[in-house]
Design a protein around this ligand. Structure first.
Ligand code: MRU
Length: 330
């Protein structure tokens, strides 16, 4: 494997798990060691590790940790699944490790597969981008949101590796700033030109013809093709549809959830209003004013131009589900 400028977000270390602490980026690249399932649950809740595929791998490693420590795997599973409700990958990773005769081997397999899936989806998706394409992405669906390589950023990265010279607009992604902090850090490290915009600037940029494609990741694609992803994704899809800009969803098969019929059934995580009321620990909102902090939204399938998976590019979600067709998916 070639040297990757972005280290794996998660690694199994025998009696503990090592996580890149994403709360500290871009200022500091530091690894956090977690030795118990409870510590891992805190790390998932507090966004030390985040992004659907990454928390899928974390769920599997959490089961592996409980197993090597001789703890009740069923209790570990319910604690892990309760940390964040929206990304289906978490429950998928937990279940797959739980059902395996050797959860450590299963967790390692999931981690290795994640990178392979993302490289494959990246090379399929890159063919959609013309040379010099200006791509808008949201949140962080890059290597940091996975074990490695990335989904939406994986597509951009593959285009870059193929010499297509993509340029990236990244929405800062209020309130946790995954775009401004994490995507910008990754793209910069990869040598891909990037410019950060405030989330509210996206529609205007599309209107002035400065966006050739929008590519986002997903936390869950439901059976009818609706897409749960970071709050603000729906608005981008509406603006892209209005302006005739293609709107692509890049996600590996474990994100496709056949058991949930439509976006209306997806549980949207509601996070602490403090994330909105304060900036860098300083209150900016008037005292006595509250905030609503839904972390995800649902983009209806009609607004999705195509789904990019490790099996190809599909205009219909049903075709992406059929292609996935692997045990434990959907
Ligand atoms: O709250 P986060 O940072 O975990 O949200 C992440 C996203 O919404 C990503 O777009 C999604 O998980 C896909 S990551 C490949």
């Amino acid at each position: 494997m070639d040297q990757d400028p972005i280290p794996p977000t998660i690694a199994w270390a025998g009696d503990h798990i090592e996580l890149v602490d994403q709360r500290r980026l871009p200022g500091e690249l530091r690894v956090l060691a977690v030795y118990s399932v409870d510590e891992l649950c805190d790390a998932i809740r507090n966004l030390v590790i985040r992004g659907a595929p990454a928390i899928g791998a974390a769920g599997a490693m959490g089961i592996a940790l409980a197993w090597v420590r001789g703890e009740r795997v069923d209790i570990a599973a319910s604690k892990l699944c309760a940390t964040r409700p929206t990304a289906v990958n978490l429950a998928w990773g937990v279940d797959r490790a739980r059902r395996a005769p050797d959860p450590v081997a299963a967790a390692l397999e999931i981690a290795a597969e994640d990178v392979a899936r993302n490289r494959a989806l990246g090379s399929f998706g890159a063919t959609l981008l013309a040379p010099g394409a200006r791509v808008l992405t949201h949140c962080n669906a890059g290597a940091l949101a996975c074990v490695g390589y990335g989904t939406a950023i994986g597509v951009i990265r593959a285009a870059h590796e193929q010499g297509r010279q993509p340029f990236v607009w990244v929405g800062e992604t209020r309130p946790v700033l995954q775009g401004a902090r994490l995507s910008a850090w990754e793209l910069n490290r990869l040598g891909i030109p990037v410019s950060i915009i405030v989330d509210g600037a996206a529609a205007a940029l599309m209107g002035s013809g400065e966006v050739d494609a929008v590519i986002v990741g997903a936390d869950r694609v439901t059976a009818n093709g609706d897409v749960a992803n970071k709050i603000g994704t729906f608005g981008l899809a509406v603006a892209a549809g209005y302006h005739g800009v293609p709107f692509y969803v890049a996600a590996p098969s474990p994100t496709f959830d056949r058991a949930t019929r439509s976006g209306a059934e997806v549980v949207i995580e509601s996070r602490d209003p403090v994330e909105i009321l304060e900036v860098a620990g300083v209150r900016v909102a008037p005292d006595g004013v509250d905030a609503a902090n839904p972390a995800f939204d649902i983009t209806p399938r009609e607004l999705v131009t195509a789904y990019i998976t490790e099996h190809g590019v599909f205009e219909e979600a049903s075709a992406a589900f059929d292609a996935a067709n692997e045990p434990g998916v959907g």
